[in-house]
Design a protein around this ligand. Sequence first.
Ligand SMILES: [Cu+2]
Length: 120
Amino acid sequence: MKKIIYLALILSCAFIMGCSPATQSMTSSTTTTFAGPTASISIAFPVFTPNSLTIESGTTVIWTNNDSFVHTVVSETGPASFNSGTINPGTTFPFQFTTLGKSTYHCTIHPSMTGTITVK
Ligand SMILES: [Cu+2]
């Protein structure tokens, strides 16, 4: 009986290790459906790609962290105000733009990472 418990322990340890973030694909992300058009921006140090994006009002911009580092997306100037908080590797931050004009943003962890969203 003790052997069975010991074996179960080994198996559960192997299972937990197999599920650790280090072995997960960094490109994995959840699929979410948004109303209206969407646009995608990739986050990978040291840049946002594209770092300059023009969209129509009502578009939801989805930033995806394709990096192995944590990043943020925080508005700087312009009509849109947003703060993603921490975006972990492999996760996304969506924000719908409804006000016309040009907004700038940056990553608070890497201030040299900047971008602009222009809503027409
Ligand atoms: Cu960053």
